[in-house]
Write a protein that binds this ligand. Structure first.
Ligand code: FAD
Length: 514
């Protein structure tokens, strides 16, 4: 072979230009790496999903007639890092040209850009051909340390790709229909929640390799993986979403329940793993959704479709821009100076707080939680209790099947922890038990009372919320959207405020017993 091309685990893009032409002198490398299995402690299903999808991609390429070198942990055990493995292969096969697709993660980009290959080997970096905003254009829209409003970025993307536009105007006259969305699930709604489409991908060989190589992991293991690991399965999941879930996507986007066996998936697409591994292209997802919308004869409302498209055309591209404009500094922001350690229940789900128990348990079970669980249950809890953002990042990066740093970190450190100096959000997503109660039925079965702020049975989130608001009053009260909240705090009698603050201190000192 003359050319070695590297395909990373999140670069499973069958439509890439690399695969337009066959060339017998090119070999493709797809390798299970110890460094990737251990750069953070991952949920076992996350590692299985990546390894299974990589194996499936390797066989699809071989079947299509490409030369592929698929290595398992057994084959790569001797190599501490990717560069070592590459050096070996380059020398074994007397490679003249090494090519890789630009990684989406800063850590890997640094690693590949600093390879010191023999002078006789030429090295080329190419685009992954996945994102909608070209990499080189990121600096036109994002600047280091600067707040960028998602809504502006999103409107630019709508215009640029002519998605849901009527000329210069947004379809339906508005850019955003959230006011019509975001409902709680009633008893009747619960009966109609669709079963999620699950796959049955065998992963016992991967599990035994993880064992054999003593790869640390957590979460519930299963021989059969429910996540899509091929492009065909990813497309099936996309179509299933359009047929069964899109209709109510926005409507119940923020809803949470523990009263349905499908509570963990509800109306969410669960396409993030397929998208983040690039098995699906974002424009393919958007176009498929638009086609279903157009053919649905009015049965799917614009509010559902716009809400969904905003997540992909807007949020997903936006957090990537924030990441690249701000790395590596972004990884060490800690605006609120938070330093507490995550309590054990983040790894066991054992807590009396029903909302946290549900969100953590399902994350351990499925390597998945939907956005509001991530943001307003676990994220909000970490924000209010001042958890160290490094630990919070590590937890999110490990536990979710879709977690890759470029998308995990801006969401966690920025959006949920408000640790990034306001680069993403102008105010923290802080909420009391009221919000959880408004969007879920968790509080009904909880041992704590959401109506109370003080006393041993008071919802801990309530006092923690007020402590947080009180502590950061100087910083937050200047924001007109928050200023009002302080009026009700300031109106409380001194002793009431004190009682709430002491309940919060008690909770902070006994997090593991809550
Ligand atoms: P749906 O609700 O069906 O949404 C459709 C798609 O929109 C998703 O698949 C995703 O690609 C995209 N999307 C939606 N919201 C966001 C967002 N805020 N940022 C980027 N893309 C978005 N998403 C990840 O892909 N990986 C992560 O590691 C990750 N970590 C997160 C951590 C925190 C603290 C928070 C608050 C959010 C995080 N998200 C992450 C964003 C979002 O929660 C997930 O994309 C979503 O829950 C995935 O489930 P889904 O495919 O069913 O999404």
């Amino acid at each position: 072979y003359k050319t070695l091309r590297l395909i990373l685990g999140d670069q499973l893009n069958a439509k890439h230009a690399w695969f337009q032409l066959k060339d017998d002198s090119t070999i493709y490398l797809i390798a299970e790496l110890h460094q990737e299995a251990t750069y953070t402690k991952h949920h076992v299903q996350k590692i299985c999903a990546f390894f299974a999808a990589m194996k499936a991609f390797a066989s699809a390429l071989s079947q299509a007639g490409f030369h592929v070198c698929h290595l398992t942990l057994d084959d790569t055990a001797a190599y501490k890092s990717l560069p070592e493995l590459l050096h070996q292969l380059i020398s074994d096969h007397q490679i003249e040209v090494f090519e890789y697709q630009r990684p989406d993660e800063y850590r890997l980009l640094q690693q590949l850009r600093t390879l010191s290959l023999p002078a006789s080997v030429s090295c080329t970096e190419v685009d992954t051909e996945h994102f909608l905003l070209p990499f080189d254009e990121i600096p036109h829209h994002f600047a280091r340390g600067k707040h960028v409003l998602m809504e502006h970025f999103y409107r630019m993307m709508r215009r640029r790709f002519a998605i849901l536009m009527q000329g210069e105007k947004p379809e339906g006259g508005k850019w955003n229909f959230d006011k019509e969305n975001r409902h709680k699930l009633t008893a009747t709604d619960l009966a109609a929640v669709p079963a999620p489409l699950r796959f049955d991908n065998p992963v016992s060989d991967i599990l035994s390799r993880l064992d054999k190589h003593q790869i640390p992991h957590f979460g519930q293991a299963s021989d059969s993986l429910l996540w899509p690991v091929t492009r065909r399965q990813a497309i099936e999941l996309l179509n299933y979403f359009c047929q069964h879930q899109l209709q109510r996507f926005g409507y119940f986007q923020d809803a949470m329940t523990e009263q349905s066996e499908h509570q963990w998936s509800l109306y969410h697409s669960r396409l993030s793993f397929a998208l983040n591994t690039k098995m699906l292209h974002p424009m393919q997802v958007i176009q498929t959704v638009l086609t279903h919308y157009e053919q649905a004869d009015g049965k799917i409302s614009l509010a559902q479709v716009e809400g969904f498209i905003r997540q992909i055309l807007g949020w997903r591209e936006y957090v990537r821009g924030i990441y690249w404009a701000n790395m590596p500094d972004y990884a060490s922001y800690n605006t609120l100076d938070a330093h507490r350690n995550l309590p054990d229940f983040f790894w066991t789900g054992k807590t009396g707080m029903a909302c946290l128990k549900a969100a953590v348990s399902q994350s351990l079970h499925y390597a998945y939680a939907h956005h509001i669980q991530r943001l307003m249950v676990t994220g909000n809890f970490c924000l209010l209790t001042e958890m160290d953002p490094d630990q919070v990042d590590a937890w999110y990066l490990g536990i979710y099947v879709d977690a890759i740093e470029w998308v995990e970190m801006p969401n966690t450190r920025g959006m949920s922890q408000f640790a990034d100096d306001g680069i993403i959000a102008t105010k923290p997503y802080a909420a009391s038990g009221n919000y959880i109660n408004k969007m879920s039925d968790y509080c009904q079965s909880c041992q704590y009372s959401v109506k109370k702020k003080t006393g041993a049975d008071a919802c801990p989130i309530n006092s923690l919320y007020w402590r947080f608001m009180d502590k950061h009053q100087q910083r937050l009260a200047v924001n007109p959207r928050i200023g009002m909240i302080y009026r009700s705090w300031d109106n409380l009698a001194d002793n009431e405020r004190q009682a709430i603050l002491s309940r919060a201190e008690f909770c902070l000192n006994h997090l593991d017993q809550l």
